[in-house]
Design a protein around this ligand. Sequence first.
Ligand code: SF4
Length: 463
Amino acid sequence: MTDISKNLKSNIERAFGFRLNNNQYKELRRLFYEIMQRENMDEESIMKEILDIPGIEKIGGRNKFFPIKAYLLGKRFPLASARAKIDAKSVFLADLKPALPESDNKWKKPFVPQKVFIEHNARDSYLAKRFYSAFPQAEYEELDFYGEYLHKHKFTLTDLKKPLVFIVKEKWDFIRPCPCTKNHLGCNYWIFNLGFGCPYDCSYCFLQQYTNFPGIVLPANLDDFFSRFDDFHKKISAPIRIGTGEFCDSLVLDDITGYSRQLIGFFKNKPVFFELKTKSAQIENILKVPASANIVISWSLNPQCVIDKEERGVASLKERILAAEKVQKHGFSIAFHFDPIIYSQNWERMYGEVIDSLYTHIKPPLRWISLGTLRGTRELKNISEQRFPQSKIFYGELFLGEDKKLRYPKFLRKQIYSFMLKYIRKYDPHTPVYLCMEDNECWQAVSPLLSSSEKIEKYLLSQ
Ligand code: SF4
């Protein structure tokens, strides 16, 4: 991956007259690399700058490491360092790893599975039959339990996005509360856990780090999901927000699975808002069934230049907005997720244009809009860097937060949320706008009254 020369260590040691230990070199190499990526600079120009650090010649021996690192941190995080000294503990400086070879496992439209594994007890399911008839050429294999696949095949990162499908009978994990993230305000959302894995491939997708399994797992036993939901809902007897789309895209394979029609049929008379989240324009099945206002079809949005660079295989921004327009005209509730919002020099103009374009086609009010800035674990950054060497989003000003995830600093997040909210409100005074996985301080900056998960949930349910 790296454009860093083999001589960097010796060049620094020679120029400053001290020996770098392994950790020190690892950190400086990482800082050099990320500055080169962010600023389009070469190694030599950065060397020239550190040689000119004021007063460095007066510092003795190996202590020179500290002003060099501090200087590079300032250059690497210009916005944050202009406000306060960078806390080195909040910065993640991993060793550089080589990029993975370009994988063949790229989404090709339409989706064609290379191999379909079917659990024995799902053999006669409607889903298995749909796959047999849609993909007669694919290879099929039966197994007792889909996890057996891993006994025979060692999983590596290059296996992610292999066009494999596992048709299963889900036994345990039907409904779960959204875990949100430690020390942040959740919205009491529930996950209807229908499917795991996604043929799309987004550079920021947390599934890359969350999964040790290739392909897409599709449950065939929707009836079990429905009876589990009835049992679960009897116990809580309160309106809730629930949806698929946390561990997969809700609609990308809907032409094959036909999930949406069954889900809409089941949830349309329940006292819940049921959400299907997508980056696709796959709405044919949805337009064939009568609409119901408690069914929410939602799209994640980003400027087209972000989609082009960071979201492989998805529908374009225009296709998503036009699909939403049709679904809204058909009578379903619609919602949008600006998540992840990615900071760049022109972010205000870029996101402003997305909002302009959205309200050219869509009539407010909407069921809800969520806002969330880019975030991810350290491991996700490492994986994304190896799988998407052309992506620069993780070289943004991201610091480790209380939940140990990398995020933009609070001042920047607050600025982004305030701008987005204000811009949306130009067109749309009533749609509930909420923050996804944010802390109290960011909530206070945009909606001071929404200071607990219960209040946020009530706000979202009451509209
Ligand atoms: S569409 Fe969602 S689930 Fe699919 S790769 Fe992108 S972020 Fe992940």
